[in-house]
Design a protein around this ligand. Structure first.
Ligand code: AMP
Length: 213
C-alpha cells in the first residue's frame, strides 16, 4: 500500500496514519514528526527549521524532499503512508517524479475533510501525555483519560506550534498552499475523500471502507 493522507492541521492525519500503519503493516512517514525530532536532537537541520515551524510556516521544499528521499530508501520495497507531505503543488510534483524514478506509484491520496471551526478546537486543546506519548485533548478526551496520565505523574505537553497565532497561520497556509493539491490529485484520478468530523474510530472505519472499495 502506498498512499498519502492529506488534510488540514488537526484533521487527524497522524492519528489515522498510526492506526492504518498498525493494521496494514506499512511505514508512516511524517515530515512534521521528522522535523520535530531534528529540533529535539539539536541538529543543524533542527536549528534551521525551529523558528519557521513555530510560526506555522512551511520549511523549504528541498529540506522535506531530502527527508522523504532518505525515508523511502530506508524502507525498501515496503508500503508507506505519507502524513504531512506533500504540502504544496511543487512538492506534489517532486514526489511524482521521485516515485516514477523508483517505480513505486501511489495507490491513492485520501483527503480527510474537517471544517475549520473544529480544527481550531482540536489544535488548541491537543496535548501529549509525557509518559505514554498518547495524544489527548483537553476538550474532547474523557476526564478519566486525562487523569490516567496526570495521576501517574505524567504531564500534558503542548506542541510549540499549537498556540493561537500559529494555529491560525497553519490553517491559512493549508488553504492557500495545500488545498490546491486537491485538484492535482483529482485530475490524476487518485483522490478519495473521507469525512473527518466524527470520533477517531468512526473516521477510521470510513477510511477502511474507502480503501476496500
Ligand atoms: P505537522 O506535524 O504535519 O502539522 O507539521 C508541523 C510543521 O512542520 C508545519 O507547520 C511545517 O512548519 C513543517 N512541515 C511539516 N511537513 C512539511 C512539508 N511537507 N513542507 C513544509 N513544511 C512542513
Amino acid at each position: 500500500m502506498r498512499l498519502i493522507l492529506m488534510g488540514a492541521p488537526g484533521s487527524g492525519k497522524g492519528t489515522q496514519a498510526e492506526k492504518l500503519m498498525n493494521e496494514y503493516d506499512c511505514h508512516q512517514i511524517s515530515t512534521g514528526v521528522l522535523l520535530r525530532q531534528s529540533i529535539e536532537s539539536g541538529s543543524d537541520l533542527g536549528h534551521k527549521v525551529q523558528k519557521i515551524m513555530s510560526e506555522g510556516l512551511l520549511v523549504s521544499d528541498d529540506i522535506v524532499l531530502d527527508l522523504i528521499k532518505n525515508q523511502l530508501s530506508e524502507i525498501g520495497d515496503d508500503g508507506f503512508l505519507l502524513d504531512g507531505y506533500p504540502r504544496n503543488i511543487s512538492q506534489a510534483k517532486s514526489l511524482k517524479d521521485l516515485l516514477e524514478t523508483i517505480n513505486k506509484p501511489l495507490d491513492y491520496t485520501i483527503l480527510i475533510n474537517v471544517p475549520s471551526e473544529i480544527l481550531i478546537k482540536r489544535l488548541s486543546g491537543r496535548r501529549t501525555c509525557s509518559l505514554t506519548g498518547k495524544t489527548l485533548n483537553i476538550y474532547f478526551s474523557s476526564q478519566s483519560e486525562l487523569d490516567e496520565c496526570l495521576s501517574n505523574g505524567g504531564e500534558l505537553l503542548q506542541r510549540e506550534d499549537d498556540n493561537e497565532d500559529s494555529i491560525i497561520k497553519r490553517i491559512e497556509v493549508y488553504e492557500e498552499q495545500t488545498e490546491p493539491m486537491i485538484d492535482f490529485y483529482r485530475s490524476a484520478e487518485l483522490l478519495l475523500t473521507v469525512d473527518g468530523q466524527g470520533p477517531v474510530d468512526e473516521v477510521y472505519l470510513g477510511l477502511k471502507k474507502l480503501m476496500e472499495l
